[in-house]
Design a protein around this ligand. Sequence first.
Ligand SMILES: Cc1cc2ncn([C@H]3O[C@H](COP(=O)(O)O)[C@@H](O)[C@H]3O)c2cc1C
Ligand SMILES: O=C(O)c1cccnc1
Length: 350
Amino acid sequence: MTAEATFRGALARVHRVDEKLYQRALARHAALTKPPGSLGALEPLGARLAAVLGTLKPRPEGRAVAVFAADHGVAAAGVSAYPQSVTAGMVRNFLAGGAAVNALAAAAGAKLLIVDVGVAADVDDHPALWSRKVARGTRNMLHGPAMTRAELFAACAAGVEAAEHLAARGAVLLAGGEMGIGNTTAAAALTAHLTGAPARAVTGRGSGLDDAGLARKVAVVEQVLERHGEQATEPLEALRRFGGLEIAALTGFYVGAAALRAPVVLDGFIATAAALVAAALAPAVRDYLFAAHRSQEPGHAVQLQHLGLTPLFDLGLRLGEGSGAVLAFGLLEGAAAVLRDMATFEEAGL
Ligand SMILES: Cc1cc2ncn([C@H]3O[C@H](COP(=O)(O)O)[C@@H](O)[C@H]3O)c2cc1C
Ligand SMILES: O=C(O)c1cccnc1
């Protein structure tokens, strides 16, 4: 099967969840031994999980996070506080177990898969590494499309296959993360294009730009949109022009998860840019997406509002790597547990 067929096949398998099951789960919550509504956001959260998993007694055990890594040609425009070489350096750190997502995934009991979809440097083989290098980074989107169509679909297919791989190994709750120096610039361009928000409203400091760096980054995003925004007439073309290989892989990952009817947790600004593309291609994908946190990156709130998703928490995170998504696993499992395991007033004879 071609990469394009893999991705389009997954898109065609995405269907809306059962709204009636969602309503029945809310009704069950109202009958449980607690004042109605006293579990707050956990109640609709549990009901959404029930609808996704097709049961009033969801048991989402088995957690996994896939972190997609790739480099960005636009990094040459001085849009990050860090050099491009940090992408490969951090991939090696993930494999050695020393990054934030390693610590958080271990604390959450989540399996971690690292996927190289486009790191510029060579990365040595490792049992935790999936080598799906499509190219040695993207081209600089200031001068033209970041990817070819073949590269775009190869990255999207890698994401679909990562979701299938993790689900086949017992993961019920999925999350995606990313690593790629320069990728908040790509995410900002995509977000401005897909939501219609002005570049300056969705462009932030990323990994830590100062005021001058931020002004340069906003100008880059504006120039990119001016130069070829009009040619991006559909979501996949926007992804090809302004995205990154890891963002395309995350788009495939969300579509792949939805096609498998698996709940999938969003992370921060870059991950949610990929979710915007996925939801633009197949609106039903939204039924399977769970927003973990609100990132400090200012465009994240714009994206979440566009998707109609309410984040579960705001810890002031601005890291990526899937770090915030992994932190939400416990809340999802807690929401499922109360819906599944609590007694109703009638059962308790109350
Ligand atoms: C050491 C280090 C670890 C990271 N882990 C995630 N990111 C985050 O920062 C990058 C995006 O920011 P920008 O667009 O400003 O380059 C991404 O790789 C993202 O995941 C990191 C960044 C650094 C420096
Ligand atoms: O929101 C994020 O995920 C984020 C923000 C800044 C830098 N890297 C990631």
